[in-house]
Design a protein around this ligand. Structure first.
Ligand code: NAP
Length: 473
């Protein structure tokens, strides 16, 4: 826990373990409401000097942090694999993605331009200025334990805000490693504070009700996001919500089914399916269905499951035993209701896998709206494939969800691609592309997938207040 420029190393602790081996990998100080309050006080104290520092001075610290991340890329990735479970190659990719936010917002912070607006009155001038919103409280999940931090910290600091962050209980060590970097990069005391905790509720409560907090930014499940947005509403705090998803992945009959199956399998099993933009319903036009399933199933059967630190492993563990139970329950429910199993469909508990939380990469077809997996976010290595016949049918089915984060379309027809891009009600749409994300591009969802955007100009605007000056001259 890091508050007001000091590491708190004593007090009650909670334990952190490796989800692949069950091995104990660290103990972390367990904070509560008092520590959240102390951290908010520190951030309030620091706001005046940080917000009045130049964007250039703030950028220098963010760029130092970027360089330190690059120097420690391998160490950070190995820590992430140990703590969160993703294969080392994916962890290295995440460290780079995370660092990109620091570099991009360091630059973009220098471009918070104001505006002058002509007035209808000859003796009046309008000037618009954008300024940091103040103290920000941030809550992050475990599935992307470093990039979800920098996606909030970098724009907040670039905008002149100070921040208090609570990482997920499962991945505090990655957050601690990132704070060590920020401190070494030269961040003044109080500007960023870290509160680790095994029980998030008192911290969330303080974040939502303390009047010094001007903005709450949350990434996590839709249920918790709704709860926090409600708790923050009485003070009309600004909120950003990056929540769950249920992405459709649509393969039209003019696409190359082999290429599409490769894309779908890479994306579906990324991070063992524990990604908010993971495809949850894969719609394949009937003519391509058999080739698609054959290719997909052959790829799934070749995937190596295990400890992400071992070479060749592409599927790591799930975060905990409850996550395995949820996946198993969804698969059992689908099979009971008539889905066809092409690969996987079982817990993996043999040999070295016994101590971790593993579920076999699974391919189901014949998935119908009556099955839980059709609507519930899966968050595990299960691909659900559904055949369709025409454009209108598939767009209607794809949009039939309360979520609205990501969607994917495979087609070689430009006109169809453009129509689908316009007709799908999702915040992020990959067209023949399985990675439509970048620090420079706005990330976020519609409907119950959230409020606001992260990354890009939009991601900086989330931390800025607009101020209008009307000058009579
Ligand atoms: P979660 O259970 O909602 O937890 C997210 C964070 O909120 C954790 O730090 C958690 O702390 C904390 N939290 C839980 N209950 C809280 C409460 N009552 N008050 C304050 N904080 C609370 O979600 P998760 O299981 O960690 O993450 C998976 C979810 O995140 C999925 O739905 C996924 O789609 C979504 N996600 C969305 C995006 C996006 O950009 N849209 C990105 C990544 C993940 P503890 O860890 O201590 O419980």
């Amino acid at each position: 826990m890091y508050i007001n420029g000091e590491w708190l190393k004593t007090g009650q602790t909670f334990s952190v373990s490796n989800p692949a081996t069950g091995e104990h990998i660290g103990d972390v100080v367990d904070g509560g409401q008092a520590q959240a309050l102390a951290a908010i006080d520190a951030a309030s104290e620091a706001i005046s000097s940080w917000s009045s520092a130049t964007a250039y001075a703030r950028a220098e610290i963010l760029l130092n942090a970027y360089s330190l991340m690059m120097d420690r890329k391998q160490n950070l990735a190995e820590l992430m694999t140990r703590e969160q479970g993703k294969p080392l190659k994916a962890a290295l990719n995440e460290v780079q993605y995370a660092a990109d936010f620091l570099r991009w917002f360091a630059e973009e912070g220098k471009r918070v331009y104001g505006e002058t607006i002509p007035s209808a009155r000859a003796d009046q001038r309008f000037m618009v200025r954008y300024q940091g919103i103040g103290v920000v409280a941030a809550i992050t999940p475990w599935n992307y334990p470093i990039s979800m931090l920098t996606r909030k910290i970098a724009p907040a600091l670039a905008a002149g805000c100070t921040i208090v962050l609570k990482p997920a209980e499962a991945t505090p060590l990655c957050a601690i490693a990132m704070f060590e970097i920020l401190i070494e990069a030269g961040l003044p005391k109080g500007v960023a504070n870290l509160v680790t905790a095994s029980d998030p509720r008192p911290i969330g409560e303080e974040f939502c009700t303390n009047p010094a907090v001007k903005k709450l930014t949350f990434t996590g499940s839709t249920a918790v996001g709704k709860h926090l947005a409600q708790a923050a509403a009485p003070q009309l705090k600004r909120v950003s919500m990056e929540l769950g998803g249920h992405a459709p992945f649509i393969v039209f009959d003019d696409a190359d089914p082999v290429h599409a199956a490769k894309g779908a399998s890479l994306l579906k099993f990324l991070n063992t399916g524990q990604a908010c933009i993971s495809p949850n319903r894969i719609f394949v036009q009937r003519d391509l269905f058999d080739t698609f399933i054959q290719t997909f199933s052959a790829r799934v059967k070749k995937m190596k499951v295990g400890n992400g630190a071992e070479p060749g492993v592409s599927i790591g563990p799930l975060v905990n035993a409850a996550a395995v139970d949820k996946v198993a329950a969804q698969v059992d429910d689908a099979l009971r209701k008539g889905a066809i199993l092409h690969a996987g469909g079982e817990r993996l508990e043999q040999g070295a896998l016994a101590k971790g939380h593993f579920y076999a990469p699974t391919l189901l077809s014949g998935v119908t709206p009556e099955m839980r997996i059709y609507r519930q976010e899966t968050f595990g290595p299960v691909a659900a494939v559904i055949a369709f016949d025409d454009y209108d049918e598939v767009i209607e089915k794809a949009n039939d969800t309360n979520y609205g984060l990501a969607a994917y379309v495979y087609t070689q027809n430009l006109s169809r691609a453009m129509h689908a891009f316009e007709d799908l009600n999702f915040g992020i749409i990959g067209i023949n592309d399985i990675n439509p994300t970048s620090a420079a591009a706005p990330f976020g969802g519609m409907n119950e997938s959230g409020l606001g955007r992260e990354g890009a100009r939009e991601g900086l605007a989330e931390y800025l207040e607009t101020k209008l000056g009307g000058f009579s001259i």
